[in-house]
Design a protein around this ligand. Structure first.
Ligand code: GUN
Length: 284
């Protein structure tokens, strides 16, 4: 039986409706939730992501400010902008789109964001809070993947989850979130000798590598949940993930499509984090 689809668009619509309600309630109390999105340089993919984030804010009743800078912006200038946004009471969340130009130290910039406004969840304070089980902002993509599991009624508790990829943005926080939800977690990466050996034992596989066909049908346990974080182009230029969707959907129990899977959930969880930041700032 082919796998059931986990529809990120449908789940996003539902969660964004809740965000819109919370945004309206806050606005009625005189606090309009606000997100600042900072884009440096002219990376075309980043420009699309940033546009989508700003549009999502408007659609859910959040205030947003897009600050666009030339690639020649200095690190000191960017840090000064972050400082100003940290002090701006109309801004509850700050997102600096990555990657940054090579002359800017992204780590330094992320650390300059107030942890109270770190809606990307990339600050070491947020990463540390996740690691030790304290409240804090969770990175949007893995947070969205957890919401997708919840939406299909699959609890990670007692399951074997395999995460492919170990980035700070997805792989590592994904592993931490699954661990916090009582899964047994294996993290695989480019130096893992036999990836299929691990994935074949997995009840849940999260593929977050950024390479096509990292996971094929022969590597998947029948009935497993497969979450595809990848965003690639196939030879025809069509958007595709890290998973061989056609093959794997014949074996898996559940699978996320690309597009229409994790992608919309990432932006949705950014809205959720921003609302939460605004509610905390308002003392709710
Ligand atoms: N670049 C790619 N993904 C992301 C993300 O989730 N947040 C930011 N700030 N930059 C990114």
């Amino acid at each position: 039986m082919p796998a059931q689809l986990i529809d990120g668009n449908a789940l996003s619509r539902q969660l964004r409706a809740e965000v819109a309600e919370r945004a309206a309630a806050l606005t009625a109390r005189g606090v309009r939730p606000g997100l600042a999105v900072v884009l440096v340089g002219d990376n075309p993919a980043s420009a699309v992501y940033v546009r989508n984030k700003v549009k999502a804010c408007a659609d859910s009743g959040l205030h947003s400010v897009l600050e666009k800078y030339e690639a020649t912006l200095t690190e000191a200038e960017l840090l000064a902008r972050i400082e100003a946004l940290n002090d701006d009471p109309a801004i509850h969340g700050i997102l600096v789109q990555l990657p940054l130009p090579a002359h800017i130290d992204a780590h330094k910039v992320i650390e300059a964001i107030s942890p109270d406004k770190d809606v990307d969840g990339f600050h070491v304070a947020s990463a540390g809070a996740l690691m030790v089980g304290q409240p804090g902002f969770r990175p949007c993509t893995p947070y969205g993947c957890m919401k997708m599991l919840e939406s299909i009624g699959v609890s990670p508790k007692g399951k074997h989850a395999v995460v492919i990829g170990r980035s700070n943005i997805v792989g590592k926080p994904m592993a931490m979130l699954l661990l916090a939800a009582n899964a047994t977690v294996t993290v695989c990466h480019s130096a893992t000798p036999d990836l299929a050996h691990h994935t074949r034992q997995a009840d849940i596989v999260v593929a977050a590598v950024g390479k096509r066909n990292v996971l094929t049908a022969d590597m998947v346990k029948p009935g497993a949940v497969v979450i595809d974080v990848g965003m690639n182009r196939d030879d025809a230029g069509k958007l595709c993930g890290d998973v061989d969707f056609a093959g794997v959907s014949e074996v898996a129990g559940w699978i996320t499509p690309v597009p229409g899977g994790v992608g919309p959930m990432t932006i949705t969880m950014l809205l959720v984090n921003t609302i939460e930041a605004a509610e905390r700032a308002a003392g709710i």
